[in-house]
Design a protein around this ligand. Sequence first.
Ligand code: PA5
Ligand code: NI
Length: 182
Amino acid sequence: NKVFIPEVFFTNDCLTGEDVVKSTRVLGDLDGVFQDKEAYGKMNKEQAVYHVSSYLPVLENTPGGLFMGITTLYPGKVGQEYFMTKGHFHSNSDRAEFYWGVEGEGFLILMDERRNVWAERMFPGSLHYIPGKVAHRVANTGYQKLVFSACWPSDAGHDYATIADAGFARRLVDVNGVPTLV
Ligand code: PA5
Ligand code: NI
């Protein structure tokens, strides 16, 4: 009667264990992402914007497998635009994904291939189904860290280039204290 102990553990904002990959995006990694170049230019490029810890139990591109990640996105703004993730389509474009809110508050910003943009409010317990062919990025609109988790197919892949080239068609900015898509 063996009792097996899992190899990966999660706290509220991080995964820990073997096969967990951790990465950090500092402001300097997000050159070209925010609209206000002047405000961006004056900020400390070493400042962390978000951390991701991902559990990759199978090799990238394995058909039928799943990955899981936890992202911690710090509060902050570049000019009037909230700190946000880079955002991406999936390389295998029809692959879907779940995001769910764990801590803090913000918005999931979504864009389809026709460049229609909409947003869903994220909060602890919010669940978000991101269909295939829909780009996704998250903005922290609160004053504390925003933690969310994600589960995606191991053969989804990340296509950052399309967003790096053309961006999202709308941005989430602070208009008189109200998060507004413009
Ligand atoms: O797989 C996902 O969609 C997430 O784990 C993201 O990779 C994570 O939130 C970081 O965002 P991005 O990959 O857009 O920098
Ligand atoms: Ni994704």
